[in-house]
Design a protein. Structure first.
Length: 344
């Protein structure tokens, strides 16, 4: 593993997210310092910083994790302080006990770490009940401010990444259908066949990326004040992905069948030209579906609004040497047509 990959992300977080985290931290520091004077409001600042997440729902989850972790950690620290006094080794004991308690209750790693850190800080800085109660109250102030800031100051809605990834998937799927249509009637070298197969296989990770982006977009609407504006948009994206996903599978399968059963005489089959034309029409209709859903990454490229797939393809029986390939292509083409054509 390279060092920079462990410490640097592939892309920056939005600047707005950084500004919101900074604003929440400053607000929590000032308010907690005013409400609970006497100690630097470190707990409040840390809580606010951690709670501002990419979505409001994640902020609530992080708030619960932080609050429960602090409360349990503080209780453990105060109990050990009252029982054993304040020798230096009690800090190590508190960390071990906190980790065991978190393990016993099947706490998440974040909650478990928070329990141990809170217990350590309370014993290191002051283990009296009054100090512990002040730190819990201070943490709750930071948590509330973090949630409020994330929910009220442009709450994040992850629709744009979903639109982008779904548009890229649709464009590449249509291009893969066109590439296969262009390859079928013509002799192909081994290198060209390998390239065709490799490009088709790239559809699967693109589909997974679109699925992950749409799921993140749906999750970002949970508890989000702006959800009503974007809920229908994401619902349409989900529906389009469900239409495109089987076509991805069929396109990869058709390319695989062509790769496995290829020989130079395939292009001489009368059915091959007709299948290639149907693949081009399917590519057109994929672009049309993406254009209608308004997720195309290339808005300047307009596709005819008239669907190209019309009547099902009927062909003559192929020669005995190619009937397996022709039959496989025809079956996958039938399934693609079923996803794209709305029968009356």
């Amino acid at each position: 593993m390279r060092i920079h990959a462990a410490i640097r992300a592939s892309k920056r977080s939005p600047l707005l997210q950084v500004v919101k985290s900074a604003a929440a931290t400053i607000a929590a520091w000032l308010l907690a310092g005013w409400v609970v004077p006497g100690q630097l409001p470190v707990f409040a600042a840390i809580a606010a910083l951690l709670v501002v997440q990419p979505s409001v729902n994640q902020s609530l989850s992080k708030a619960l994790e932080r609050s429960i972790g602090v409360i349990v950690g503080v209780v453990i620290a105060v109990a050990l302080g009252l029982l054993l006094g304040s020798p230096s080794w009690i800090v190590l004991l508190a960390i071990v006990v906190a980790m065991l308690v978190a393990w016993a209750f099947k706490a998440t790693p974040g909650t478990g770490n928070q329990v141990a850190i809170s217990a350590m800080l309370v014993l290191a800085l002051g283990s009296t009940p009054d100090y512990a109660i002040a730190r819990i109250f201070e943490t709750l102030i930071g948590v509330v401010i973090g949630i409020v800031v994330n929910a009220l100051i442009v709450p994040p809605v992850l629709v744009a990444p979903a639109r982008r990834d779904l548009g890229l998937l649709g464009s590449e799927l249509a291009a893969s259908l066109d590439r296969l249509a262009g390859a079928l009637p013509e002799p192909q070298s081994s290198a060209k066949l390998q390239e065709l197969m490799l490009e088709a296989r790239l559809l699967r990770p693109m589909k997974d990326a679109a699925e992950a982006s749409i799921a993140a977009g749906e999750e970002s609407l949970t508890l989000n004040p702006r959800r009503s504006t974007h809920r229908e948009e994401l619902r349409e994206m989900r529906a389009l992905l469900e239409r495109l996903s089987p076509i991805v599978t069929q396109t990869i399968g058709m390319t695989r069948a062509y790769f496995d059963h290829y020989d130079d005489s395939i292009g001489q089959e009368p059915a091959v030209t007709a299948i290639a034309e149907q693949l081009r029409r399917a590519g057109h209709d994929v672009r049309l579906a993406v254009q209608i859903a308004d997720v195309s990454p290339e808005p300047e490229t307009l596709t005819s609004a008239i669907p190209a797939l019309t009547a099902p393809l009927v062909i003559r029986p192929p020669s005995s040497t190619h009937w397996i390939l022709i039959g496989s292509l025809m079956e996958d083409l039938r399934r693609i047509r079923g996803e794209l054509v709305e029968e009356e």
